[in-house]
Design a protein around this ligand. Sequence first.
Ligand code: SF4
Length: 493
Amino acid sequence: MSETVYLETMGCQMNVLDSELVLGQLFAMGYVSTQDMFAADLVLLNTCSVREHAEEKVYSRLGQLKKHKVHHPESILGVIGCMAERDTDGILSRTPYVDLICGPGQLNQIPALIREIKETRKKAISLATYQSRRVDPAERSTMQFDTLEALDLSRRPQPGAALLQPYIRIQRGCDKFCTFCVVPFTRGPEQSRSPAAIIEEAQMLADAGAKEVTLLGQTVNSYAHMENSKRFRLSDLLALLQDVSGIERIRFVTNHPGDFGDDILVAMRNLPKVCEYLHIPAQSGCNAVLRRMKRQYTVEKYIDLIARARDTVPGIEIASDFIVGFCGETDAEFAETVNLVEQVMYKNIFCFKYSPRPGTAADRTISDDVPASTKRQRNIDLLNLQERISLDRNRPMIGKTVEVLVEGYSKAALKAQEAEQSRGQEIDWRRSNQLVGRTRGDKIVVFDDDEAQVGQLAQIRITAATALTLHGVCVTEQASRTDSVLPVLQHSR
Ligand code: SF4
């Protein structure tokens, strides 16, 4: 009988992709997936170190697994990803029953680590040995990519919606060293993957049914790869991807405002497949805070970039991240962030309360002196403001027709179907039901239609709007409809 693996993913899109590639390696070894962590022969937690809360969640999960490990000593328990790299000693001392620890740059070694554990019944640990940061990022070796990234479809085992809209990593690591961030320490120096490998992967995914690709990098706009004395930038890569047949939409996340060239905006305007969507984290609207964060741009430069983006790319939607309660953030400094959010009128924002991360410059040198209650209130205030803005921006969409890529059943529909299943009722999977799709500007649209529309581009007339979601009816001409060739969908992202 096949051995089973339970893999839980925490954190960002990079981790989602890493987990997919790890599963691909494990399936090649003969493992099959299980959703029951207490029944699994192999349990892997793919972890995030960006906030304290994320790490505590991992320790809590490891606590739940302690008894399981006592009763099933032959099972293998592993911590992989950023926390494995950042907090190796903590994992070893707090949870000595963990068998496998593997950093995010070593995930290609997981099959060898598992074999080693089975042979020796001893712990197996693999952490980074990063290359020199003095080398020009464009010339750094891409060796790590060659062994993990998927140039073979069996390494991309996710069915349904994930195959419709796969991630493609184009860059690893980060050289920015923002004072609050662990990523340069956990994921190492910035390295860009070769355009040829990216195009080959995109074509392979398109041939398997992918319609939309999202290019991933920590600072994706600083993508740079040297080949035959030519420097390829993100804009060059977007132009090459435009020619991949089968791909209808291209996105890229996430961006750093510091080195965002106009060439990328021009590519967004001129290349029909590149979506009019930019996620560009500001983190704060106050120059003094940005300096303490070492973000390497000013509020004025950020606002200028947003203006250039809106001038160059008609209809562009912009999203951002903010950290509230960063070291020393006064009421007046927070008010400047509120001003920025009011001025830019984002599509949406992601807002986080600052928590110091061991090893970062902010943790070593600046006091985390904003009370937790103030952080909480600022978080609530900023999110409430953005909710009003999102609603104001969505209401004028009523009556307009937008193009969406249909991703699957909406969360509400899936919940209803789960409830029917748990009551033992049979579900009519072919009946009309609520589907969800996304506009090119990344707005979420729900509408009633048939599952066969999943994977298709559909025209939706908007009939109602909330801050988060647009509601509509499908007005795609019957004659231009084609049934989906995708496998039965699992869920939408
Ligand atoms: S740009 Fe700053 S916040 Fe983003 S990954 Fe790099 S160090 Fe972290």
